[in-house]
Design a protein around this ligand. Structure first.
Ligand SMILES: Nc1ncnc2c1ncn2[C@@H]1O[C@H](COP(=O)(O)OP(=O)(O)OP(=O)(O)O)[C@@H](O)[C@H]1O
Ligand SMILES: [Mg+2]
Length: 340
């Protein structure tokens, strides 16, 4: 059996796995359904689909929080099961893992050890900063460019990275993303209309309205429960309610970007002004988000198709192209210890 090399982007919402042998990127929900606290019923997309539809003794759990592993054991079980299901047979091989830059050494080590302790035999496990992988995945020549500002708007994090000639100059991770937007929409609809909707419905209306002021999409009829009577009913939810929530989150990201822009050394800043700011991550799919950032930040904003796959595509490129090898490192390297 020929071993493969895998690129792993552990997203809080979606796990993305690049399989070099198959030259394919797999995407699975980062969820696990557990019965009575111990028996695993389902993992990945099947577990996610059970959310809010199961009796109390079945729980749908999310082992990661804001981009880091929150429950190591659960995450390990999820990876073990995923490795042998969904048609994706992860065999012995080499692993390249994208990790957020601003996490502790312990959090970083957890990503590496996760593969080491699973039933998958690893030959080597290397890591690369997620901002670098994302930039490569967006087609930016990271080794030459003097000033890159990349914003990864994901499910539970918003990661800002400033890169220059292959290195990370500044980085910051805000611990909110699409999932917190969905929760805030649930709360707002409940508060304003005394109408209870589920998180999947909130996600659906977030995607439906986005940030666009459209004449066709002023309101949407959705199913939920009346808070007073407890009975199921259908009600209209307006775009204005959703926009006000999304705006709160996006404005927080925009002010974090502005703060970071002020801290960037002048020569790198000049290059960023010329290049613009790159947006990736699932939220970059949101209708109108690019224009909103453009208007508020008064600079060019660039996105791409399938922005949620940028990190995985970057891993794919790093694995394929030996010129990027120097951007990856192993936590057991002597050099790595000296660097720290
Ligand atoms: N068209 C869309 N409009 C609005 N939101 C969207 C759209 N498509 C995807 N999303 C949101 O993107 C988020 C997932 O993005 P992504 O896959 O980048 O997250 P992740 O990598 O798993 O999370 P993180 O990087 O924070 O750990 C979800 O909250 C999802 O609802
Ligand atoms: Mg992500």
């Amino acid at each position: 059996m020929v071993n493969s090399t895998y690129g792993l982007d552990f997203g809080t919402y979606d796990l993305k796995i690049y399989d070099h042998k198959e030259n394919k990127i797999w995407k699975f929900k980062n969820a696990i359904a557990v019965k009575a606290g111990k028996n695993i019923l389902a993992v990945g997309d099947a577990a996610y689909a059970m959310r809010e539809k199961t009796p109390d003794f079945i729980q749908v759990l999310f082992p990661m929080k804001s981009g880091v592993i929150a429950d190591f054991e659960l995450m390990q079980k999820l990876m073990q099961i995923l490795s042998f299901t969904h048609g994706n047979r992860m065999t012995a091989g080499n692993y390249l893992i994208a990790v957020p830059s601003d996490i502790t050494e312990v959090e970083k080590r957890a990503f590496v050890e996760l593969m080491g302790y699973s039933n998958v035999k690893i030959q080597s496990a290397k890591i690369v900063e997620r901002g670098i992988a994302a930039a490569i995945g967006m087609g930016i020549s990271v080794l030459d460019e003097k000033g890159i500002f990349i914003v990864n708007l994901g499910g539970e994090s918003c990661e800002l990275s400033v890169l220059s000639q292959g290195g990370v100059v500044l980085t910051r991770r805000l611990k909110t993303g699409g999932v917190q937007m969905d929760k805030a929409i649930v709360n707002e609809v409940r508060h304003q209309q005394e109408f209870l909707i589920g998180q999947p419905t909130a996600e659906h209306i977030k995607m439906y309205f986005g940030m666009l002021d459209s004449t066709q999409k002023k309101e949407i009829m959705i199913a939920g429960r009346d808070l007073c009577s407890g009975l199921p009913k259908r009600e209209l939810v307006s775009a204005a309610v959703v926009h006000s929530i999304l705006k709160e989150f996006l404005d927080e990201y925009i002010s974090a970007i502005n703060v970071m822009l002020k801290r960037i050394p002048p020569d790198i800043r000049r290059q960023i002004n010329r290049n613009g700011i790159f947006l990736c991550g699932g939220i970059a799919n949101m209708a109108g988000v690019k224009t909103y950032f453009q208007e508020k930040l008064k600079c060019k904003i660039l996105t791409t198709d399938q922005p949620e796959l940028c990190v995985a595509k970057g891993l794919q490129e790093i694995i394929k192209n030996s010129k990027y090898k120097k951007m990856t490192y192993s936590m057991t390297d002597e050099n790595y210890r000296w660097l720290k």
